[in-house]
Write a protein that binds this ligand. Structure first.
Ligand SMILES: [Zn+2]
Length: 337
């Protein structure tokens, strides 16, 4: 049986020229609002002929680099600067972001584990379904801005995936590089089925993802990289005029070949990282210590790198529990092709 139409409606006309600001409205009926709606902000900037770029942030609600940069872009992008159509959704998962959380405060849903979605499902599943069946089909290229959120801090990179379609893969890889972050990477997802990435790629569209810092905040450095990257992305795919601006240092290419990249804690306690993000580590190096907080005079448990590489991600809070990812180590590679 085919799915019913999405219950979400847009207050903007996606086919109209010029700049429009409005909402994707998702009807809800709960104790706080009997005949209410989740209001997802959307900006559409359309001018002349050209491709459609969909720019998304807040897929996870506590990843502020993307949310903030797209909020800024939504109020500054002018129609006359655009060739084609730019659709900006700074906060995909509004119920998560309004609560300062990764997942929805309404249903606990992790939007990026909810695709392709369901028009008859939870609020989170309804949002996923609307993007899968309405937003993605009208788009040619999609940039989904992620970062570490409250529990991780991650180096800044643009990323694409290995795909069956070689042309689609190379176009996405070119966009991931042109984003112009200090690092670029080809990601292998352990469980890709329910990702937004897969919902986009399975429709033959070009998809670029990012990681851009973390800690549940933004910094002047992460904002500069994110804003330059969004602009580079639009220039690269022909929506804005100008030249792609690459970082001063040559871009570093990374690979994550297997699960040994992830160092996970087998203890709960107080976490000390011995390297900074971007540092080179060697196999066998002590990369973290976890202290028993219940008594003094106890030596910490040491965690060692299982591979050579650079520290690409780390747990952000100092308190750690069993099972948390403490550190992520990636390989430096000469090329991604
Ligand atoms: Zn994310």
């Amino acid at each position: 049986m085919s799915k019913r139409p999405s219950p979400i409606s847009a207050t903007v006309d996606f086919d109209a020229a010029g700049v429009q600001h409005g909402f994707l409205k998702l009807p809800i009926s709960d104790d706080e609002s009997a005949w209410g709606a989740v209001m997802i902000p959307v900006t559409v900037v359309k001018n002349g002929e050209g491709p459609t770029a969909l720019l998304t942030g807040g897929n996870h609600g506590d990843e502020y680099e993307g949310i903030t940069s797209l909020m800024k872009l939504s109020s500054s992008l002018k129609a006359e600067d655009v060739s084609g159509r730019v659709i900006i959704v700074p906060i995909m998962n509004v119920p998560a972001a309004m609560a300062g959380k990764r997942t929805s405060a309404m249903d606990g849903g992790n939007l990026n584990r909810s695709f392709p979605g369901d028009p008859d499902g939870t609020v989170t599943e309804k949002i996923a379904d609307y993007f899968t069946r309405v937003m993605v089909p009208m788009s040619d290229v999609v940039l989904d801005l992620h970062s570490g959120g409250r529990t991780l801090d991650i180096i800044s990179f643009g990323a694409s995936h290995v795909l069956d379609n070689a042309d689609q893969q190379s176009q996405a890889l070119a966009g991931a590089k042109a984003f112009g972050a200090p690092y670029a990477m080809t990601m292998f997802e352990l469980d890709a089925a329910a990702l937004f990435d897969t919902a986009v790629e399975s429709q033959g569209k070009i998809f670029v993802a990012t990681e851009l810092g973390g800690g549940g905040t933004s910094t002047p450095e992460s904002m500069a990289i994110t804003e330059r990257g969004v602009r580079n992305f639009l220039i690269h795919y022909g929506l804005l005029k100008g030249h792609v601006e690459m970082p001063a240092e040559p871009q570093v290419y990374l690979d994550m070949p297997d699960a040994s990249c992830y160092v996970q804690s087998e203890h709960s306690g107080l976490l000390e990282l011995t390297y900074a993000l971007g540092d080179h580590v060697a196999k066998g190096d002590v990369i973290a210590r976890v202290y028993d907080m219940t008594r003094s005079g106890t030596p910490p448990v040491e965690y060692r790198a299982e591979r050579d590489g650079i520290l690409m991600g780390r747990r952000f809070p100092a308190l750690v529990n069993m099972g948390d990812t403490i550190a992520v180590i990636a390989d430096v590679v000469d090329s991604l092709d």
